[in-house]
Design a binder for this molecule. Sequence first.
Ligand code: ADP
Ligand code: ASP
Ligand code: MG
Length: 454
Amino acid sequence: MRALVIFARQNFIPPNTSSMLNADLNIFKFGGASIKDAASIRNVANILQEYKGQQLVIVVSAMGKTTNALEVVARAYYEGNVELANQRLTELRNATFTTIQELFGETPDNLAAAVNDLVVTIEWVFDDPPSESYDYDYDQIVSLGELISSHIVTAYLRHSGLPSVWLDARDCIITDNTYREGWVQWPETQQRVKQHVTPILEAGSMVVTQGFIGSTTENFTTTLGREGSDYSAAIFSFCLDAGSMSIWKDVPGVLTADPRIFENVTKLDRLSYKEAIEMTYYGASVIHPKTIKPLQNKSIPLHVRSFVTPAEPGTEISSDAGDVYPPMVAVEKEQALVNISTRDFSFVAEHHIRELFEHITTTRLQVNMMQNTAISFNVVVNDIDDRIERFCALIEDDFKTTVDRGLELITIRHYTPEVRESMRRGKVTLLEGRLPLTIQMAVKEVAVIARKEG
Ligand code: ADP
Ligand code: ASP
Ligand code: MG
């Protein structure tokens, strides 16, 4: 049996210790889009040629949409469909070797061995039945994406004349055993990051490591939550007192809204940590929300830069940035509104709310907005797996619930009446909340409602 040790949750980031930053050290994070194929990896190597001889820690994500593909593998295995799991894993292995051949011509022996060893480790997992915990199995399987991509990037940088050493992030980033959402154990992580990274840098090599993954103290692989590689880079930056951190994206920097959804967006040259925390908390997915705090605690500037136009400065996030901003919009999809009322028609009182939040915590519902009236309590949550069903089942003796799915949560910072109106057009607002600087609206497309009712 696998040991399941529960640590006390520790999300305490050591406060600003006024330590001196190492101005010569930069942490670079390259996300899935920047290394999605052979041409993209070549582009990354070209960017890094500009930094040859400098102290660099390079944190990479899985290539392209590999994590999504691995999620399918994990789900198939967990549901007992080992054939499908093996088939999808083989497809991924073949795609990986195609990329390697395109990059190197001939596959380097040690790279082929490293990739094959990693794939075989997962095939061995398939020989056993799934564990009791889907989240545990998920982390053991899905971590493969970053392990493979980091080996490929390291080998290609060396091939391009850039001295680089592969580092296993699981030796450095220690988390509790909250699988799929590991909570960083900061003191242990800080000590290990220094211990493993410093000798490589002193020997004049760049460090290449994985985002997204960590390990418990018992060496079980954990992940930090989807899109967590930005956060990994911030952990390395914090622990090493880096002079700056850069995340290389497919956009010119932080924009006033997601360009995949909105036209007429503009780039922000500078942003304060506070504003960046607010924006990412509300769903501006260009940066993982946990990234900013560790950097803010040590005043490490964060640069959001384009891997398409690497000479451009992008957006700088730092403490001395001004605080006058245009309206900025973030949209979170796959939201659900859960309306909760007491079965005995009593008012929703404090002890009810305490009970509800205990169950919200145990089912790991992520609440993005809440509001109460005399007889109901409303929460807008991320609709993930079967979490809402499990939550409703836990409270059903005392509470009646209705769930409205398929919503978007639109947040506008620094809103104007015009922007608010334009966001509501063609939509029905089910819940709205306003603060002096922020408006949030849980909305449904009119078309969706008409389809349901028609
Ligand atoms: P990575 O390759 O590091 O995983 P992501 O795809 O997670 O990068 O983040 C980049 C994407 O974030 C952009 O392509 C863009 O569509 C989206 N995005 C959402 N909100 C914003 C915003 N405010 N500014 C810029 N990009 C945004
Ligand atoms: N590969 C992981 C994901 O797609 C982590 C990341 O890319 O940041 O979620
Ligand atoms: Mg991403």
